[in-house]
Design a protein around this ligand. Sequence first.
Ligand code: ADP
Ligand code: ZN
Length: 709
Amino acid sequence: MRERLKTYFGYDTFRPYQQEIIDTVLKGEDVLVLLPTGGGKSLCYQLPALIREGITLVISPLIALMKDQVDALNANGIPASYLNSSLSAQEIQTVQQQALSGKLKLLYLAPERLGILGFDSFLLQLNVRLIAIDEAHCVSEWGHDFRPDYRRLVQLRTLFPTVNMIALTATATTRVRQDIVRYLQMPQPRVFLSSFNRPNLFYSVQPKQQAFQQLVTLLSRHKNESVIIYCFSRQDTEDLVSDLYTQGFRALAYHAGLEKQQRTRAQEAFIRDEVHIIVATIAFGMGIDKPDVRLIVHMDLPKTIEGYYQETGRAGRDGLSSECVLFYTYADKRKQDYFIAQIQDELEQAQAQKKLSDMIGYCESTGCRRQYVLRYFGEEWKESFCGTCDVCQAPSVELQDATVLSQKILSGVLRTGERFGAGYVCDVLRGSARDRVVENKHDRLSVYGIAKDVSRQEVMLSIDLLLRYGYLEKQLGEYPTLRVSGEGKKALTHREPILLPKIETGSVLKRAKKEKETDYDFELFTKLRQLRKQIADQQGVPPFVVFGDRSLQEMSRAYPQDTTAFSTIFGVGDTKLKQYGELFVSHIVEYVQEKGMSVTAPKKEVILLKKERIGSTIQKTKELIEKKYTLEQIANARGFVCSTIVQHIEQLVQMGAELDIEYLKPAPERIEKIKEAFVHTNSSALSPVKEFLGEEYSYDEIRLGRLFL
Ligand code: ADP
Ligand code: ZN
């Protein structure tokens, strides 16, 4: 199987679950696969199709995608074709002939084919050995994309009672799962359910001030990469497109108000890398299977976490790092409220409200964003620190003593009766003469005006930080109000010092401005990308069908200068090697000669560059490690939790810093246990290992162990 994985697809290893799923399919069992987008579901039926004799039927609802999928298979030398309403009668004839002659390994079908007279008897003449139902949630009214035609699929059971079925979806709710099993009549399927975490996505929420400026900064950082920007209304998308033009960004709008033809054109241009930015209402995305979308921006508050997860899920299908940014202001809630108010059914309305407030909870969460989302979906996600969301990255800022202002704020919240929002508390503290303050007689309180000398912005930001650090709590409702938490009360009565990050105005933009670091030769990558585009245009396929970004990046790291070296690159199977090997190799050779470089030189340069960029905060951790401080000592000295320090160590090691950390190594017998656990769980993820090892091992120790292993 490994061999075929490389020869046909050019991959060296399976993604989690793939191998087990394929084994089970080949054993002839019915299988239900629930993997997140980008999890590699297609391979779970494509590889068995190659191994088994006969033909595999693949049911897929998205006509627009079928062609791309079939093109991608053909590019890997796998005989496949499709039948749907986009083909002429003549073309359908041809494909049916091909199928009957036994030449095809996979035949993609739109579900409505099954309603066509005589189609059954065509199918019965084929040597069908496996049936794959892609996007299986379409069978359920509880999913987000119910398609009545999917209910026809049970016919396939009657037609092929002995052929096993594999159903796949990225929707994991129990209800949908039950519907799939029921409507597809899978009496006892083997179910593979993986975590819905998307480790390569970076999540952040940014305050929606100067959102356009922030967007421009983001786009500059993702230049020439594919980006989807979601807006609330059709008008917003059009406006944003023209605003972007003034800044030199070419973008296309996409929404349900456009002619079908215009929409198809926008979609095509995006898939073929002719335009990099799509500004869309949520109508966009269903027909998009572009593996290299690097940035998803939400200019407005999404309605539900489900929707947000799905929309952001379109980023980074190829597994490379990608970013999801949401611009948030509480004021956006009104726009959604308006629509919720239109809902007639009371129950539905209440549900919509609940979903919206869960979404707001995400934006205002003081904990890890990833954890919030995964828990929302009912996953038992224990890691509270992912390291790749804005909240988890935030603690790396320096803490400073903020006791005085914090005490004023906490008292202000208490004295006004814990019934008001941040803006109001701020008004009282700064001695505002607003009517409401006077009416409530809050101008007579001892806390009135005690923060006169502090700017409004600073008070508001401090309130935000007190929320984040758990001294304050927010009660959501139509008007969110502040409350002092147990922690906050304790700090007040015991006069404990309160440490908060230094407030720097404009700090939100920091990450956005940071230059992009790459560990591959960006110039060569850009050249190869052009070559890829040329080839794709000649062959009339999307560029990613030729090679994905990850393949081009590996080429730009390894500089393969002959076809043998080229064949070891990710994504290079036999067919692609034959077809493109020499062409790409000759471009790389030319580039290397032009630059007059020895092949390993640029790699080092990159590492050096990174070394110089070690942030000052990590640098400090490094200094303490050199002094042989323990983890706890470093954490205490720096005002961080231990896991942040472990993260620093991981980063230092990754950067190739010279560092003696032997003294931090867990005891040999513990390392041994940790190793066993990683081998047992067969992945580098922490949670399964933690679960396996139990309470006796902390996440920090496991992470350290992983580092040494
Ligand atoms: P899904 O249908 O689950 O969203 P896909 O089947 O489209 O995911 O796969 C997502 C991406 O991952 C594709 O670009 C695919 O080629 C790639 N992929 C699948 N399996 C592997 C693997 N074992 N190794 C590397 N890449 C893989
Ligand atoms: Zn996180």
